[in-house]
Design a protein around this ligand. Sequence first.
Ligand code: E4P
Length: 159
Amino acid sequence: MASKRWRMAIGSDVAGLAYKEMILADLQDDDRVESVRDLGVPASDPESESYGQVGIRLAELVAAGEIDRGVLICGTGIGMAISANKVPGVRATVAHDSFSAERSILSNNCQVLALGQRVIGPELARRLVKEWLGYEFDSSSPSNEKVVVITRYEERFAS
Ligand SMILES: O=C[C@H](O)[C@H](O)COP(=O)(O)O
């Protein structure tokens, strides 16, 4: 995946703020990233929002087609993944190993990667994001029909 330039956003709660700042800088330096929006929390007021608010805000940008992918960081990544997955059309997951990060794209077409600052070290977090950006879902692959099952279910509730 050499030519695509991702439109991205990143967000965290207070427990993920340090990694958010670090990975934001990585994304700003990454040639594969067309744009990256910082959705908070701000270092100046890190308790201003919880993971649910930030995770849903980022996922709504994905659902609206304003960004292609997002990175969310909290203590474990779990609250962020739960929050983002509440937004129809969004597939988010925690992935703290290389294989899961790869499969989250190639099997599941996830748009959102959630990480836990209290779970993995900073260099692994950075590496996982770098690797994850290199994968792109193949909609002609056998995995597509499995993802479509989820999409069809969501569509039953679309207003
Ligand atoms: O999933 C939740 C996150 O880990 C959050 O950063 C910490 O939540 P807590 O303060 O309720 O443990």
